[in-house]
Design a protein around this ligand. Structure first.
Ligand code: PQQ
Length: 258
């Protein structure tokens, strides 16, 4: 028999939202520093370098998803994610916009795109996400993308915070985040409906909730890695970015004073 109280769609939806409200990485101390204008130029650069690794793996993650998907309707809905990040040959997409941010903070985009110097824990966390989507049941793979429910909030907060506090920040540098404000809600509308429709047993709801929790951990761990290496003194792991590689300009006087 179906237990009405535990399989209720709205209660399950609320359960997913609660996971994000408690665990989303907007609350991580590194983001609080970044958005509040308390990161040094080196810390902002470290974030741009490491977060690039996440960006670079998102289309690979979505390609892994598509490769497992036997429903043309679903592939059609999902493939725009790859187009968002990779874009066309001439105009590029999200990845190219991220590299514009890299240039704005004084980094060589070629260095950033090489993913050399990425922190070990960033690599492990992001690779775990790609592996999860490649291997787990489709409903869990979709559920793991639902952190995007909370992304518009953090992107708005970031646009406001960076514009207010950092000299490098302008509309061109922050184009990545502005673009996501319209892309993420469209993605998540499909993903959320899919998960709510298909999680029709307590076991599937638990599995979907666990997948979303896993994903909040993927995001949180990346910021723990940054905090440990670039906020705590003397903790840069061997082989990780040393604060100098790939830097194409010195901080401006305004940045130095920040
Ligand atoms: N998450 C996905 C995904 O899981 O498929 C794709 C994206 C995110 C993006 O393209 C993002 O820009 C993004 N940005 C943030 C952020 O800046 O905090 C978070 C997330 C997220 O919640 O996974 C994504």
């Amino acid at each position: 028999a179906v237990d009405k109280t535990t399989t209720d769609r709205e209660a399950f939806h609320a359960r997913l939202l609660e996971i994000g409200n408690q665990r989303y990485h907007d609350k991580h101390p590194f983001h609080v520093m970044l958005h509040g204008g308390r990161c040094t130029t080196t810390q902002v650069r470290a974030w741009v370098i490491n977060r690039y690794y996440y960006q670079s793996r998102i289309p690979m993650k979505d390609a892994a998803f598509l490769s497992r998907c036997d429903d043309p309707q679903m592939r059609r809905a999902w493939r725009s994610r790859i187009e968002d990040h990779d874009g066309g040959i001439d105009e590029g997409g999200g990845i190219r916009r991220w590299l514009r941010l890299a240039e704005a903070v004084g980094l060589d985009p070629g260095y950033v795109a090489s993913t050399g110097g990425v922190l070990p824990a960033t690599r492990f966390a992001v690779d775990a996400y790609v592996g999860f989507v490649r291997e787990r049941p489709l409903i869990e793979a979709v559920a793991s993308s639902l952190t995007e429910l909370f992304a518009p909030r953090i992107h708005s907060e970031r646009i406001t915070g960076l514009l207010e506090h950092y000299a490098f920040a302008d509309d061109a540098a922050l184009a990545y985040f502005r673009q996501r404000l319209t892309e993420a809600p469209r993605d998540v509308e499909f993903g959320l409906a899919f998960v709510l429709d298909h999680a029709d047993t307590r076991e599937k709801q638990d599995a979907a909730a666990a997948a979303l929790t896993f994903k909040t951990d993927v995001l949180w761990a990346q910021l723990d890695a940054l905090y440990s290496a670039y906020v705590v003194p003397g903790r840069i792991p061997p082989g990780a970015w040393d604060g100098r590689e790939g830097v194409v300009r010195e901080p401006t006087a305004k940045e130095a004073a920040e």
